[in-house]
Design a protein around this ligand. Structure first.
Ligand code: SF4
Length: 97
């Protein structure tokens, strides 16, 4: 049997680590609770689940990271929770194009 090159072994090892980490990240986000608008931090920033500001919502905010096409995602302001794509808060920042 031919010995595996060091380069190939490292490539396989890196792949074995990256795939589980990405799976954990997705599972963690999906397990996160939706942000409660009555939570103190949410209230302080006027978080609402349905934006009332024209052309502003989480989906087009720089701080939002969509979770696929689930309609929700992570927000840098509210770690540990998910926010809805149609939601909004006072920390909204226009997403760079
Ligand atoms: S900062 Fe506010 S508007 Fe932007 S993603 Fe987070 S909750 Fe939504």
């Amino acid at each position: 049997m031919k010995a595996m090159s060091r380069r190939k072994a490292l490539t396989l090892a890196a792949g074995a680590i990256v795939v589980p980490l990405s799976a954990i990240g997705t599972r963690t986000l999906r397990a996160a609770e939706p942000l409660d608008p009555s939570a103190p931090a949410a209230e302080a920033l006027g978080y609402v689940v349905e934006s009332e500001v024209a052309d502003q919502n989480c989906a087009n905010c720089q701080l939002y990271q969509a979770d696929g096409d689930s309609g929700q995602g992570a927000c840098a302001i509210f770690p540990g929770n998910v926010v809805g794509a149609e939601a909004w808060c006072k920390a909204w920042v226009k997403r760079a194009v």
